[in-house]
Design a protein around this ligand. Structure first.
Ligand code: SF4
Length: 495
């Protein structure tokens, strides 16, 4: 009998959780995977600690899984198969994944299945998947069956492709996941000839473990160090992506600066790199009003309600009332605070579209904001905001939330994990540190002429000026210490 897998449910934080919208993981099997892929990151982490058993992976207890599922908020989509394939051969005997999917259906929780098995398209599963809840990604790393067999024990690539076609044809939300993309193993013309609706790409991350498993790969291009891995620089990744001409290609990225690039310039859905069919806005807006005036009322009443429940919880704590009464109140507050955040994000997503000037005052925007009756907005943004009863600062905060939905989701999951109530200020703090991190990883390089003009406007400010000697790179440096000196009104400079 296989050992029990106890840590089957987790919300991933840190770098990965910051970027991934589906950071809540439920693994039906763990501590090993019968597919035993040579590039497996779970394997590289667990083998090191002697915890990887590919012959006898551990199996989660379905009763414990049900207990956890009963507490998952409805709007979350859990990811199955993060640390061990949930459709590996063991599933044919244990059926824990099948039972888990039935439970997720029963509790109306969405699920994202990531697998390398054709089993996922068997009738036994297809007949159970709920089209409103199920999202499936089938990973293929090489289209040649024989080559793939040399480094992974999963279903043949041809069988996985057939599974994608079957699920696609049956109307499921399914994508081909190329993860990791290793240039040497991909036949790009063959890939581009496939009849695939949706594709997700994740690039290879290199460490000594990977180098040992794949000694023939050319690692000379993996020059970018990030975290504990070496990555391809962005221009190399762009070159590879240009070689894929399938529809709906999205990039799942680990390097923060690159993540921002794919998000803003490439991915079909900038709010969700997995590009799931039930997009994030739809998920978030379940049961939320659509009209901006209604949203405003909802947000106001919701905030009042949170204040009063917090007071009730404090009173419960003081009086030492039963735990289940406190839990019930906490859950109520968590639900309302999440709904209020969603409402504010929705308001932000609407107001961000309002042109700043009116149509008659030389409006620079071509897309004119329309109100709920699809009538062009004749007022300026500040007037519109004022009429709606918001301040400019409030709207700025709502728009910041709307632009960072993955951080909002992560803060919600973290707060729940800590038995806490998510607050807007906490989310805005998280967004701020994320933005600083991105900026630090992507310094803005401007022409020296622009620097001079900017500096002239920044008198009386304390700033750090770093002058880099570009002489060897043939860059014409036309800023001098005298110019800087003048720009700062004869301020003192350290040499
Ligand atoms: S299928 Fe996934 S979890 Fe299993 S060994 Fe391969 S990469 Fe690891």
């Amino acid at each position: 009998m296989n050992p029990e897998y106890k840590s089957f449910y987790k919300t991933v934080g840190g770098d990965e959780g910051d970027k991934c919208l589906y950071s809540t993981r439920l693994d039906t099997y763990g501590c090993g995977c019968m597919h035993n892929c040579k590039y497996c990151y779970a394997k590289s982490l667990l083998s090191f600690r002697g915890l990887w058993n590919d012959k006898e992976p551990s199996v989660a207890d379905i009763h414990k899984i049900e207990k956890v599922i009963s507490t998952i908020p409805k709007r979350i989509i859990v990811r199955l198969g993060g640390m061990s394939d949930c459709f590996q051969p063991l599933e044919q005997f244990e059926k824990i994944t099948l039972q888990t999917i039935k439970l997720l259906n029963q509790y109306r929780i969405g699920y994202l299945i990531v697998t390398k098995s054709h089993l996922v398209a068997d009738n036994e599963y297809m007949s159970v998947f709920d089209k409103d809840l199920a999202h499936i990604q089938i990973t293929v790393t090489c289209l040649d069956d024989e080559i793939a067999k040399s480094y992974e024990n999963a279903s043949l690539s041809s069988m996985r492709l057939k599974a994608i076609y079957d699920l696609q044809q049956a109307g499921f939300d399914v994508a081909l996941r190329i993860s990791p993309l290793i240039e040497e193993y991909i036949d790009f013309p063959l890939l581009n000839s496939l009849n695939i609706d949706k594709c997700l790409v994740e690039f290879l991350r290199v460490n000594s473990f990977i180098k040992k498993q794949f000694p023939k790969i050319d690692y000379s291009k993996y020059t970018l160090r990030h975290g504990n891995y070496y990555h391809l620089p962005l221009d190399e990744k762009q070159r590879l992506i240009k070689m894929i001409s399938l529809d709906n290609v999205s990039v799942c990225e680990d390097v923060l600066g690159h993540y921002e690039y794919w998000k803003n310039h490439y991915n079909p859905n900038k709010f969700d790199c997995c590009n799931l069919r039930t997009n994030t806005l739809t998920i978030r807006n379940i049961n939320l009003p659509q009209n901006i005036e209604e949203l405003r009322k909802f947000a106001l009443v919701g905030r009042e309600k949170i204040v009063s429940i917090r007071a009730e919880i404090r009173a419960i704590d003081k009086l030492g009332l039963a735990n289940d009464v406190r839990r019930q109140k906490l859950e109520e507050a968590q639900m309302i605070s999440e709904a209020v955040l969603d409402t504010e994000m929705r308001i932000g997503a609407l107001t961000v579209q309002i042109p700043k000037a009116t149509n008659t005052k030389g409006n620079q925007y071509t897309d004119k904001w329309k109100n709920d009756n699809a009538v062009e907005n004749p007022k300026s943004k500040s007037e519109t905001i004022k009429n709606l009863g918001f301040t400019a600062k409030q709207i700025e905060r709502f728009e910041t939330l709307a632009k960072n939905p993955h951080i909002v989701e992560q803060a919600k999951a973290e707060a729940r994990g800590n038995d806490d109530i998510v607050s807007r200020s906490l989310v805005l703090e998280k967004i701020k540190s994320h933005t600083i991190k991105v900026k630090n990883e992507n310094p803005i390089i401007v022409k020296t002429k622009d620097v001079y003009i900017e500096l002239s406007e920044m008198q009386n400010k304390i700033i750090d000026v770093i002058l880099i000697d570009y002489r060897n790179d043939k860059v014409n440096l036309d800023i001098t210490k005298e110019k800087l000196y003048k720009a700062f009104n004869n301020a003192l400079f350290d040499e």
